[in-house]
Every structure is written in structure tokens, then in C-alpha cells.
Design a protein around this ligand. Structure first.
Ligand code: PLP
Length: 387
């Protein structure tokens, strides 16, 4: 038995997506910039995918720029705005301390090149407080970047309010929506943001393809320079097959997001409540609401998260510690640390993220295995949970 509870790391590719990628790869090999029939066929594939992505987030197709995924979109937003607004003297950048590395490391790189940066702290709720942003804003802030949903704990940030604050001081607002797209409805106008990142492989699409939504009129310099692709906003021959897959994934997400989120919420709650009831010394990290419906992050007192991950894997259950990008290292999660959780708890926590195909039987299987696994790990180290 193999159970996949790691959908925030990546999701299985939907068969309709795989079929579209394969078909375009074999049948539509033209370069979308070519004027002849083959090129125009490829361009039609891009146009269709662009409309699908735009409609998923209630945007205009012309505002969508295809990228190689979430990391590139985040880099594009931050570096592109920093560069575009540099001549205006706006050289201050703000992000939250629980952002993905794609934002945090980019900010650090810009700080080394002279930009002033501020990271907003969060408390144990895992929610960014608008007051913290209001305090950090200055008249030279160029951009504020706060993620829509956190990848490790699933908390949903008050984007509309934060964006309003940023705009009040003349700054642009970017949100990394990589973990909310496909899990909850996302509407760029309702959020009131200027830029939004998304990545296909987090919602049953292929890896290595995504998009940056740039609100019409927002000042962003291209970071990938070369030809005039993507209306001169991102140079490079388009990944036509991957983009076709993104388009189909976007259509499926738009159709299923409401039903899937009302199916996954109760499933996640069943998992969470049973673990809290049946395994002593457990606690949820971050607030329960507002959260994306598929994610839970739970600490297990006196249990090394990596050992728990391996023990669960031996029982056929895939979960993760921290974010996928930092697993493989024993670094405690920067998100849990930023929330001010004490150091044993940052190392005792695992994330379980559900998705299409997960069932109540799978949840019950995991719940049935956990008490004995945890008991065994605690007995090996001679530690016990207090509660
Ligand atoms: N942003 C968030 C919140 C993520 O969770 C991830 C992936 O884990 C990324 C960005 C990076 O996206 P990609 O894997 O498409 O580069």
C-alpha cells in the first residue's frame, strides 16, 4: 500500500494533462514565433492555455506571462519590480519571514546589491499582521511580497488588507499563490494585488512550468532578456507542451476547486482530530482557520521528525518535514522558527498535505499506524510525551 500525503511538495499529473502534453509534443512542434502554419499552431496552443490560466484567476489573458515555475515567477516579480522602480528611488523591499526560499533568498541577493529589505515577523498563529506591515512601510518601499497560503502550515494570509496598505504608500504588491491555486478559489481583482505567482506542478500539472500574472500597467522589468517572446516580458522559446499541460490543469482546477476543497477539508480534519485524540503530546502548528483545506502541520513531542518520516515511509505513507526544498537537510523549518516555536517543536513537526485521490480509508490507515510508530520512536530514545 502506498499513500501520498505530500501534495504541497508536488501533485500527480492528471491523465488529461499528460495526454495534452504528449499530444502537443508530437503534433505541435512548431516555434510559436514562426509565421508559418506550424508556428501558428503552436501559438494557438499558447493562446488557449493563456486564456485558461487567466480565467482560473479572473485575469485578462494579456496579463499572463509563462515562466518555468514558481521560483522563476517569484524572482521575476521581485527583481523585475526592484529594477523597474530603482530610478524612482524606491529601494526598499518587504516580505514576510514565512515566505518560500524563492522569495527569501532573492531578497537576500538584492540586499547584497544595496536594496534595503525588511522581513515581517509572525507569531504562533502563522498569520502576517497588517499592523506589522503598516509599521514597516516607508515612502521608498517598492514592493511588498506576502504569500497567499503558506506551504508548510497552510495558513491563508490577509492579502486584500495587506495589498491595500502597500498601495496606500505607493508600493506594488506581489503574492506567491503557488500553494493556494487549485486549493481555494483565487481572484486577482478581489485580492487587489499587482503580481501573482503560480506553478503548474502544485495543481496536477507538469513540473517546470508556471506563470506570473502582471496587472496591466504594473512596472516590471524583464529579467530573462533576449527575444521578444511573451510581449517582450520574458525571452526564450516557449515550452509549448508544458504550457499546454498548465492550461489543461488550469481548466481542471477551475472546474473542481470548490468541490475538491469541500471534500478535502473534512478529510484533513478527520486526520488531524484523530491524531490529536490518539497520539499523546501532539499539537497543530499555526491557526486552524483560515487555512487551505488540504494541509496540516503537527508536532509530536519527543519524536525526531525525520525518524517519523522514515518510519511512515516504511509503512507506505509519504509525508514531509518542512518544505520539500529543504528536506534532505536536517535544518529545522524556517517557517516554524519564524513563528517563534521552541526548538524541540521545530524539529518534531511533520506536514501532511492531501490531494485528489486521497480517501477516508487512507486517512484511517495512517491514524491506525501512528500511535504504535510514535510509541516505538519514543521508547527508542527513552523519552515520553508529557501530555
Ligand atoms: N512558492 C511556494 C510557496 C512553494 O511552495 C514553491 C514550491 O515548493 C515554490 C514557490 C517554488 O515553485 P517551483 O517548484 O515551481 O519552482
Amino acid at each position: 500500500m502506498r499513500i501520498y500525503f505530500d501534495h504541497n511538495a508536488t501533485t500527480p499529473v492528471d491523465p488529461a494533462v499528460a495526454e495534452a502534453v504528449a499530444r502537443v509534443m508530437t503534433d505541435t512542434f512548431g516555434n510559436a514565433s514562426s509565421v508559418h502554419h506550424f508556428g501558428q499552431q503552436a501559438k494557438a496552443v499558447l493562446d488557449e492555455a493563456r486564456s485558461a490560466v487567466a480565467s482560473l484567476i479572473a485575469a485578462e489573458p494579456s496579463e499572463i506571462v509563462f515562466t518555468s515555475g514558481g521560483t522563476e515567477s517569484d524572482n521575476f516579480a521581485l527583481r523585475g519590480v526592484a529594477e523597474a522602480l530603482e530610478p524612482t528611488g524606491r529601494r526598499h523591499l518587504i516580505a514576510s519571514s514565512i515566505e518560500h526560499e524563492a522569495v527569501l533568498v532573492t531578497l537576500r541577493a538584492l540586499a547584497r546589491r544595496g536594496w534595503r529589505t525588511t522581513l515581517l515577523s509572525v507569531d504562533q498563529s502563522g498569520i502576517v499582521k497588517p499592523e506589522a506591515l503598516a509599521e514597516a512601510m516607508t515612502d521608498d518601499t517598492a514592493i511588498v511580497s506576502v504569500m497567499h497560503a503558506n506551504n508548510e502550515i497552510g495558513t491563508i494570509q490577509p492579502i486584500t488588507e495587506l495589498a491595500r496598505l502597500a498601495h496606500g504608500r505607493g508600493a506594488l504588491f506581489h503574492t506567491d499563490a503557488v500553494q493556494s491555486i487549485g486549493k481555494i478559489p483565487v481572484d486577482v481583482r478581489a485580492l487587489g494585488v499587482d503580481l501573482l505567482s503560480l506553478s503548474a506542478h502544485k495543481f496536477n500539472g507538469p513540473k517546470g512550468v508556471g506563470a506570473l500574472w502582471i496587472k496591466r500597467g504594473a512596472r516590471v522589468t524583464s529579467v530573462m532578456t533576449g527575444g521578444k517572446h511573451e510581449r517582450s516580458r520574458r525571452a526564450g522559446t516557449e515550452n509549448v507542451a508544458g504550457i499546454a499541460g498548465l492550461g489543461v490543469a488550469a481548466q481542471l482546477a477551475a472546474r473542481k476547486v470548490t468541490t475538491e476543497s469541500s471534500r478535502l477539508g473534512p478529510l484533513r480534519n478527520r486526520l488531524e482530530e484523530n491524531i490529536l485524540a490518539k497520539v499523546s503530546g501532539t499539537a497543530i502548528n499555526g491557526v486552524r482557520e483560515p487555512r487551505v483545506p488540504n494541509t496540516t502541520n503537527i508536532s509530536f513531542e519527543a519524536v525526531e521528525a525525520e525518524s517519523l518520516l522514515i518510519a511512515l515511509d516504511l509503512e507506505g505513507v509519504a509525508v514531509s518535514t518542512g518544505s520539500a526544498c529543504s528536506s534532505g537537510t536536517l535544518e529545522p523549518s524556517h517557517v516554524l522558527r519564524a513563528m517563534g516555536l521552541p526548538s524541540p517543536r521545530t524539529q518534531n513537526s511533520i506536514r501532511m498535505s492531501l490531494g485528489a485521490g486521497n480517501t477516508e480509508d487512507e486517512v484511517d490507515y495512517v491514524v491506525s499506524k501512528l500511535p504504535a510508530i510514535v510509541e516505538k520512536l519514543r521508547s527508542l530514545t527513552g523519552t515520553r510525551a508529557r501530555a
